[in-house]
Write a protein that binds this ligand. Structure first.
Ligand SMILES: Cc1ncc(COP(=O)(O)O)c(C=O)c1O
Length: 402
């Protein structure tokens, strides 16, 4: 039927692979199975009460009208303060913007800057959405593999080799999804040193997991190398550090020319993020992180549950992550093994599918992150449930035949 015709641009992207896993999880649950979804990148904690209260007060107080496209003056002031106080980054209000999640801001930045054929250097493993967002904007993602023996940190010489005259952006994400790795200031500096030699390349620093950090010190490129300040877009948001995924509130700081272009795009698409979420974000940003210590204690315990399971399971390997709430496990040892019904696990998608079907545990296959032979466990779920899931994974793996 000709009215079912979609725009050609739709053919360059697919639905998020993590959403696919979630769909399968939902249908198994609907069929009555106890499924543990370790596929979704979301904290299970409630939004802190003071922040939720600020949202409710916004609704009751009539903060329910259109606002400025890039965020209210109050929110912009809170974002400016956050960057100054937590990161040593001094932005003017016209150099910051709020959007409906970090995701929308990343999309808008690519959409505003990429021409056909422009390249974006994306260290792999990467967050699943980067390559599709780049493609949708007409650009070309250039995946540069990182290595487990380097703690998944991009080597400066690999960055140097990946840069061409068409390179428009480098995207960095620390603490990292899916590896949990943190770039030290020295590791960031080694990369910004390369970029000093390439004045046309912009840097997108996705700092969304900044506060979900077990050890080490967070470092962000615009602060590590002030000479790059004018070409770094620093992305952050409320989703992970404040357990506010559903509120859809992200923010960014960067050069005014880029921020204003992102604002124009936003004005003709989604407009401003919800006025209610903005009011809640003001309370969150101005209120600091009194809840974080408690959250990290719980998350650390869960990380340890995961690490114990990995250590006890023949065929899975991983190193202890420094931050975020993911474990990126090497499952190369399982590939080639047979399931009890005789099917051979040929790749990490087969491993993930088998764990879902046999252990009723949802994980995401490494191919989705550009790194085969791995699977990602997102462990921000109830600790007792996590223990149960880990036991079922071990059991399912033990039943595989060589
Ligand atoms: C690396 C990374 N960046 C950005 C996002 C998007 O966050 P938001 O909810 O603010 O859109 C996520 C969410 O999973 C993420 O993992």
């Amino acid at each position: 039927m000709s009215h079912h015709r979609l725009a050609a641009r739709m053919s360059v992207i697919g639905a998020s692979p993590t959403a696919e896993i979630s769909n399968k999880v939902r249908s198994l649950r609907a069929a009555g199975f106890d499924v543990v979804n370790l596929g979704e990148g979301e904290l299970d904690f409630a939004t802190p009460e003071a922040i939720a209260d600020a949202g409710v007060a916004a609704i009751r107080g009539g903060d329910t009208k259109y606002t400025a496209v890039g965020g209210t003056a109050k929110l912009k002031a809170a974002i400016v303060d956050k960057f100054r106080n937590e990161n040593g980054l001094v932005y003017e209000p016209n150099q910051v913007i709020a959007g409906a999640g970090a995701k929308q801001l990343i999309f808008n930045a690519f959409f505003a800057t990429l021409e056909a054929g422009d390249e974006v250097v994306v260290p792999a493993p990467y967050w699943v959405s980067y390559p599709d967002m780049i493609r949708l904007a007409g650009g070309t993602p250039v995946a540069v593999p990182t290595r487990r023996e380097d703690r998944w940190i991009l080597r400066p010489e690999d960055l140097e080799k990946a840069i061409t005259p068409r390179t428009r952006w480098l995207i960095l994400n620390s603490p990292n999804n899916p590896t949990g790795s943190l770039y030290s200031a020295a590791e960031v500096k080694a990369l910004t040193d390369v970029l000093l030699r390439h004045p046309d390349v912009l840097v997108m620093s996705d700092d969304i997991y900044e506060h979900v950090l077990y050890r080490g010190t967070f470092a962000t490129p615009a602060a590590v190398e002030p000479a790059l300040f004018d070409r770094v877009l620093t992305i952050n948001g409320m989703s992970k550090g404040y357990s506010m995924t559903g509120w859809r509130l992200g923010f960014a700081g960067g050069p005014a020319w880029l921020i204003s272009a992102m604002e124009v795009l936003q004005s003709q698409s989604t407009a401003h993020p919800s006025s209610i979420s903005q009011a809640a974000a003001v309370a969150g940003l101005n209120g600091g992180h009194p809840f974080m210590e408690g959250w990290l204690k719980v998350l650390k315990e869960r990380r340890d549950v995961m690490m114990e399971m990995i250590a006890a399971t023949d065929g899975l390997e991983a190193d202890e992550p420094e931050g975020a709430f993911y474990l990126f496990a090497d499952c190369g040892g399982l590939i080639g093994r047979r399931t009890p019904t005789g099917e051979v696990l040929a790749d990490s998608l087969d491993v993930a599918t088998h764990l879902l079907e046999a252990a009723h545990v949802g994980v995401v296959h490494g191919e989705a992150f550009g790194t085969p032979a791995h699977i990602r466990f997102a462990y921000a779920v109830d600790t007792a449930v996590l223990r149960r899931a880990c036991a079922r994974v071990s059991e399912a793996v033990a039943k595989l035949r060589r």
